[in-house]
Design a protein around this ligand. Structure first.
Ligand SMILES: N[C@@H](CCC(=O)N[C@@H](CS)C(=O)NCC(=O)O)C(=O)O
Length: 201
């Protein structure tokens, strides 16, 4: 399998952490891809019409895209056990969606502040994306700590990818300051070998 990859992408990181946890990094070859909405660059637009990564090229079927689809596929193929049976599954999927929403908002902030032509940038729009991040982090702090204390799953991994991306791109906003429980969880979770091996760069 070939994985279209960038070391900065939180969505790619989800896939890489899964591969590390399943001890299956040797099952994929990484293909460097870079681009953005204004310039698709080397993004695999012929395989993913949305021009986004991650995208997973397979020998036995069409290319998969969207990190949630790829992670479900790899989890099933590698028997990784990162999506538990229902009813816990529904919590795992909602946490994964919440974490991906944080990553999406933070990536959009990055595009707004660094990709959109300067004259058309909107500080209000960037602020509104950050408000989504803040609401989601507050919800995790208030309601998800017991789930985070449970067995490893894709919700936790997606959250790790999102928090790592905030530390990478939005460190000055200091999300841990007002979320002590989540900050403590992240301090420990980020030390897993799978997380340490996939730090954004
Ligand atoms: N929902 C997608 C989001 C993927 C995504 O937005 N990836 C970014 C990189 S972090 C990208 O490819 N951006 C290029 C673009 O938006 O044109 C997923 O989970 O895979």
């Amino acid at each position: 399998m070939r994985l279209f990859h960038s070391p900065a992408s939180p969505f790619v990181r989800k896939v890489m952490v899964l591969l590390h946890e399943a001890k299956a990094t040797d099952r994929v070859t990484l293909v460097a891809a870079a681009g953005n909405p204004l310039d698709p660059g080397t993004m695999p637009v012929d395989r993913n019409p949305l021009g986004k990564i991650p995208a997973l090229e397979r020998a036995d079927g069409p290319t998969l895209y969207d990190s949630r689809v790829i992670c479900r596929y790899l989890d099933a193929t590698l028997d990784a056990g990162l999506y538990p049976p229902a009813p816990r599954l529904w919590n795992t999927l909602v946490l994964e969606a919440t974490a991906d929403g944080i990553s999406e908002a933070a990536v959009l902030m990055r595009y707004e502040d660094h990709v959109r032509p300067e004259a058309t940038r909107s500080a209000a729009w960037t602020t509104s994306q950050w408000q989504k991040v803040e609401r989601a982090l507050d919800a995790v702090e208030a309601r998800w700590m017991s789930h985070l204390a449970g067995p490893l799953d894709m919700g936790q991994i997606a959250l790790g990818a999102a928090l790592g991306y905030l530390d990478f791109r939005q460190a000055e906003r200091n999300w841990p300051a007002s979320r002590p429980a989540l900050a403590a969880w992240w301090a420990e979770f980020s030390q897993r070998p799978s997380l340490r091996a996939t730090s954004p760069a």
